[in-house]
Design a protein around this ligand. Structure first.
Ligand SMILES: [Zn+2]
Length: 417
């Protein structure tokens, strides 16, 4: 591993290569491109509009608006506007326009296009060739465009803040946490200097609104340990995340019952009790977290106790499916809609962080018990993760290779982030 001070140099070199690869052909000065946001150039080939746009204008429809008036605000003449409405009539009647929606006009050397989104799926498209006066109307599926992005960063402060600096939206950060939820305790084990690289795609509608995002591949380096995941759709249609060598990331237990928190006390057999004052074994892990933070069952199991339990306050005990293991959750502010005797699934919210019972501040007291005895959760041996089916191995390797290759490339925006 090169030391950190080489990263800027490596990054700059890789970035330069990227720019040459993606934009070099366009005859632009690569240096001038360095300041534009990463996502604008990382997938320049995804641009859908092949024709240069001379101008793009939008008007937002007001309540009581009339199509002719709105079209005139877009710069069309009164007679043009009437011709457009007539042309549209067979496909869609523009008198039905709704306030708050948008008229869009795009002029190119080839002609003029007009768009109106009828509903979530369909849009009206009027086109006039530059050499003609007639408008042609059609109703088409609204366009969903996909843009691939790469975000890299080093943790300084919280994961959320670091991910945001890298240009990631919160939804993608949450997805990242969920992908590695079986391996990394994001609530307790984040350290300054941990790093991540995430390749993800965003889907946009034709108004530029983000419809969703999906992580394609990710790497997280936590306290020197590297975790990698790649998205893969199996032959049976199921989409899951796997390690590069084809093992499922899913395991019997999540690494942590809460996703985010502040660092609090660790599992020890001896420490001074903060309220009682004397030294008493602390057989659990405390997650100091804001009041109301959701608490998740770390594995499938049955709720065998739900209620007030002395210093633990509001308390839930889950016996897991192998029957040897149980997990306990204390100090809750309230329970989720779960009942004693109920079967809960891994990740299901069972309650919310609080400070009921003996607690100096809001936190979750969490215990992992083996045959009834609390143990350090870090010492639990997990059964080996299930690998991808042998018959599907070649397909998996083939389909994931390009993404894993991208994941391994040095990250240019470490320098420019
Ligand atoms: Zn505790």
């Amino acid at each position: 591993m090169p030391s950190h001070r080489w990263y800027p140099l490596l990054g700059a070199m890789a970035g330069f290569l990227f720019i040459l690869l993606f934009i070099g052909g366009a005859g632009q000065d690569a240096r001038a491109r360095m300041s534009i946001p990463h996502d604008e150039w990382v997938n320049a080939d995804l641009r859908t509009d092949a024709n240069p746009v001379s101008s793009l204008r939008l008007v937002t429809l007001r309540s009581g608006d009339h199509a002719v008036a709105a079209l005139q605000r877009l710069g069309f003449s009164n007679s043009d506007a009437r011709r457009m409405i007539t042309a549209a009539n067979a496909s869609y009647q523009l008198k039905n326009i709704r306030a708050g929606q948008v008229f869009k006009r795009i002029d190119t050397p080839e002609g003029t296009d007009f768009y109106y989104n009828i509903d979530a799926d369909q849009r009206l498209h009027l086109h006039r060739n530059a050499k003609q006066r007639d408008w042609h109307a059609e109703v088409t599926q609204r366009l969903v465009s996909v843009r691939q992005r790469i975000a890299t960063g080093v943790i300084r402060g919280s994961l959320f803040a670091s991910a945001e600096r890298a240009g990631m939206d919160q939804r993608t950060t949450m997805n990242l946490v969920d992908i590695f939820a079986w391996d990394i305790d994001f609530a307790r084990d984040m350290r300054s200097g941990d790093s991540f690289k995430v390749i993800y795609e965003e889907r946009f509608d034709d108004n530029g609104r983000v419809l969703g995002s999906s992580i394609l591949a990710a790497r997280f380096v936590n306290q020197g340990r590297t975790f990698e995941a790649v998205r893969y759709q199996q032959k049976n249609g199921q989409v899951n995340y796997f390690t590069p060598d084809g093992k499922s990331l899913r395991k019997a237990y999540l690494k942590a019952p809460v996703k985010f928190s502040r660092i609090s006390s660790r599992f020890t057999l001896r420490r001074k009790h903060p309220i009682l004052g004397y030294t008493r074994a602390h057989r659990g892990v405390d997650y100091a977290a804001p009041m109301g933070t959701p608490i998740h069952a770390i594995g499938d199991g049955r709720i065998i106790f739900k209620g007030w339990k002395g210093g633990y306050g509001r308390f839930i005990l889950i016996r897991h499916t192998n029957r040897l293991h149980a997990t306990a959750y204390g100090h809750m502010s309230r329970y989720a809609h779960v009942k004693r005797g109920q079967f809960v699934k891994q990740g299901q919210i069972i309650g919310y962080v609080g400070m009921s019972g003996l607690a100096t501040g809001p936190h979750l007291h969490f215990e992992f018990r083996v045959r009834g005895r609390a143990v350090n959760p870090l010492t639990i041996k997990h059964p080996p993760a299930r690998p991808i089916a042998r018959a599907e191995r070649d397909r998996f390797m083939q389909q994931t290779a390009p993404l894993l290759g991208q994941l391994k490339q040095p990250s240019p925006d470490v320098t420019w982030g």
